[in-house]
Design a protein around this ligand. Structure first.
Ligand SMILES: NC(=O)C1=CN([C@@H]2O[C@H](COP(=O)(O)OP(=O)(O)OC[C@H]3O[C@@H](n4cnc5c(N)ncnc54)[C@H](O)[C@@H]3O)[C@@H](O)[C@H]2O)C=CC1
Ligand SMILES: O=C(O)[C@@H]1CCC=N1
Length: 268
């Protein structure tokens, strides 16, 4: 991979850039970034990571891979602005939520396309990504794509249609966990613990529970029951979650996010 061009240099682009550089997948000198208007942002990333700023669109012609990392609402304009500057077979990797492979090939022409749904933990090589490929991605390129995605976490190939669900679950997932932590910190401090103490305890609780699920091959409900002593504190807590319709809230959360991904796909 000689030249990787990022179209859109926001938070997801930064997460991938940082992940790829740190995991030695792509050298910073091989990365080029471009944005619509925020040139300060380009300077910031260039200074921070040593990546190049794309000077003119003609340079896109020599790209080995183009990463589309603009917001879905900006996708059409961004693709239209580059379509006449990219070579016929240059592969595209898109992280835009909801924008279908079909929509991408309609604007950029038939070419190898990978649609990826990573999450921001790519920054530290811990993304949980879903990916779907079109038929133009041959086995070699698929391997290369998977290697790149593997370097920023784990990656699972799914049917394109299922990317809406992946987006709602693991794409947005970090935000749900941060939101949960915010709620824990709020209540913990109300009980007189410092925010720092609650954070330390609960971040370790999240990390420990995730590691248990990864290392001890037991179902979550089995692990949950091991925590829940009859008549004890956990049971009281879970009963409160149930009476406040926890399952319904989670169901609606994922359903709404999945539906939003579908709306984005229709350009709404
Ligand atoms: N933030 C996240 O956790 C995740 C985001 N995504 C997807 O990644 C994409 C980017 O999201 P973020 O990085 O969060 O957004 P962001 O708003 O931080 O970055 C988007 C960047 O695109 C640039 N841009 C807009 N129009 C452009 C154009 N026409 N040409 C070139 N650059 C243009 C903007 O200046 C901005 O720097 C979105 O499509 C989102 O669905 C996917 C997975 C997770
Ligand atoms: O909120 C969003 O639309 C993007 C997609 C998944 C995470 N962030």
């Amino acid at each position: 991979m000689e030249k990787v061009v990022f179209v859109g240099a926001g938070s997801m682009a930064e997460a991938m850039i940082q992940g790829w550089i740190e995991q030695n997948v792509v050298d910073a000198t091989q990365i080029y970034i471009t944005n619509r208007s925020n040139y300060e942002r380009l300077d910031e990333l260039s200074l921070k990571y040593g990546v190049n700023i794309l000077q003119k669109k003609e340079e896109l012609f020599h790209a080995d891979i183009i990463v589309l990392a603009v917001k879905p609402k900006d996708g059409k304009v961004a693709m239209e602005s580059i379509s006449s500057f990219i070579a016929q077979n240059t592969p595209v990797l898109s992280v835009m939520a909801g924008i279908s492979i079909n929509a991408i090939s309609n604007l950029l022409g038939n070419r190898p396309i990978a649609r990826v749904m990573p999450n921001t933990s790519a920054t530290i090589g811990m993304s949980a990504s879903g990916v779907a490929f079109n038929e133009d991605v041959n086995e070699d390129l698929k391997k290369q794509y998977l290697q790149m995605l593997d370097a920023i976490g784990i990656v699972i190939e799914v049917e394109e249609e299922k990317l809406h669900a992946v987006t709602a679950l693991s794409g947005s997932g970090p935000a749900y966990l941060y939101y949960l932590l915010e709620a824990w910190e709020k209540v913990g401090t109300e009980f007189g613990l410092s925010k720092e103490t609650v954070r330390k305890l609960m971040v370790q609780t999240i990390a420990g529970s995730a590691a248990m699920l990864q290392q001890i091959k037991e179902e979550p409900d089995v692990l949950r029951k091991k925590v829940t002593s009859p008549g004890g504190t956990t049971e009281a807590g879970i009963q409160a979650l149930e009476s406040h319709h926890f399952n319904e809230a989670i169901y609606q959360c994922i359903k709404s996010a999945e539906a939003r991904s579908r709306e984005l796909a229709k350009g709404e």
